[in-house]
Design a protein around this ligand. Structure first.
Ligand SMILES: C[S@@+](CC[C@H](N)C(=O)[O-])C[C@H]1O[C@@H](n2cnc3c(N)ncnc32)[C@H](O)[C@@H]1O
Length: 378
């Protein structure tokens, strides 16, 4: 295949074009690497570039540490590669490479006596609910991305879409084993999402909140604890709601949450809530499905009723290091999803008839950001 090339040429007189030409020249890079003042910048740029180049290997080192439960083991105290190798059934010289790599990534520390211990970053990983499970389920995403150009050019079935069967419609999500796997993953990681959402959204004026696509109720459990008087509704696919009773019972919320099994693609949403939340729901679906869902939410709310959308969002005009790479590619691999910017979600809300729309970028955009709106009318 002959290589295609863009016919557009940047303005040769622009300062930016000149800087970019300079940065791409080997001679300039060699000069920058040995020249004081510029040297630091060149090194930082080089390190950032190398980080991108090495990304997959970094992620797989993390995956091995997670699969072998190395971080949990080192929580007990520092250990040598021989000790860890024996525990994990890995030859000591290979375990040494893995532990050294973990230390290079800042997850472990290497002691003077040669033992390895847990670093702050490794300990933090253990403290993030669901992160280990998230790392492990990436095998599906990485399989889909093994040939990224083919992935971009073709629309072949993906392993990730099989992990989230409802993307094919509610009928796809009938295997309780499969839905339990994704529901647990979501419930684990929901803790941080709920924390950040409740930081950005004040529900004190709300009497009844309905969480649509709320999984097994992890978000409502957090809301219920923060707002003891609030009544709640949980709407999700019947097979998913099977797992909700136990969670809500354990949280002491059985008599404050009403379960509504159904599909928002086919069934009307129940009436009665003065606020509706959609947490990590819209980015799973194509624009047409989202438009129908938002119209259904609008119809289910009373005048001045509130809609809260919470999910990781694209940086839009200001591309984001986390959401525009990880989530955008992830939702593309789901085949029906799309990581939208706050402005794009706001436009969809406006089209559905919502007013007083506000966009709040989360303080951890990779956890969540929020768009809220209100049903117009008096
Ligand atoms: C990515 S999960 C998010 C779950 C939860 N809101 C959270 O943030 O942890 C998307 C949820 O939407 C639900 N869902 C997908 N399609 C649905 C449909 N047609 N009707 C009702 N719920 C649906 C799924 O079962 C799943 O629980």
């Amino acid at each position: 295949m002959t290589e295609a090339s863009l016919k557009i040429r940047p303005n040769p007189l622009s300062l930016r074009a000149w800087v970019l030409r300079l940065a791409a020249s080997r001679r300039f890079q060699a000069w920058a690497a040995r020249t004081p003042l510029v040297r630091r910048l060149a090194r930082a740029e080089g390190a950032a570039l190398f980080d991108i180049v090495a990304g997959f290997v970094n992620a797989q080192v993390l995956r091995a540490l997670v699969d072998l439960r190395v971080l949990q083991q080192l929580q007990q105290g520092p250990a040598t590669a021989v000790q860890m190798g024996a525990l994990c059934a890995v030859a000591p010289d290979r375990m040494q490479v893995l532990l050294q790599a973990g230390a290079g990534l800042g997850l472990l520390t290497r002691h003077r006596d040669g033992r390895f211990g847990l670093a702050l970053r490794g300990a933090s990983l253990l403290g993030v609910p669901g992160l280990a499970e998230m790392v492990q389920h990436h095998s599906a995403l990485y399989a889909d991305l093994s040939d990224p150009v083919a992935f971009l050019r073709n629309d072949d079935p993906t392993a990730l879409a099989r992990f989230w069967p409802y993307v094919f419609g509610a009928a796809g999500a009938v295997d309780p084993q499969v839905t339990a796997t994704y529901s647990n993953l979501m419930a684990e990681s929901q803790v941080l999402v709920a924390e950040d959402t409740l930081r950005m959204v004040d529900l004190s004026g709300v009497n009844r909140l309905m969480d649509v696509g709320g999984g097994t109720g992890a978000f409502l459990a957090a809301v219920g604890a923060a707002y003891p008087k609030l009544q709640m509704d949980l709407f999700d696919l019947p097979v998913v709601l099977h797992g909700a009773g136990a969670r809500l019972g354990a949280a002491g919320l059985s008599n404050r949450v009403t379960l509504h099994p159904g599909s928002f693609r086919d069934d009307p949403l129940p009436l009665g809530a003065d606020a509706i939340s959609l947490v990590r729901v819209l980015y799973d679906h194509a624009d047409a499905t989202v438009a129908n869902l938002l119209a259904a939410v609008h119809a289910a709310l009373p005048p001045k009723g509130r809609l809260i959308v919470s999910e990781p969002m694209s940086g839009g005009t200001d591309p984001d290091r986390t959401t525009d790479v990880y989530f955008a590619i992830y939702t593309l691999a789901m085949q029906t999803g799309r990581t939208r910017s706050g402005a794009e979600i706001a436009a969809l809300l406006t089209d559905a008839g919502f007013v007083n729309i506000s966009i709040q970028k989360g303080f951890r955009p990779f956890v969540t950001s929020v768009v809220t709106g209100e049903r117009g009318g008096s």
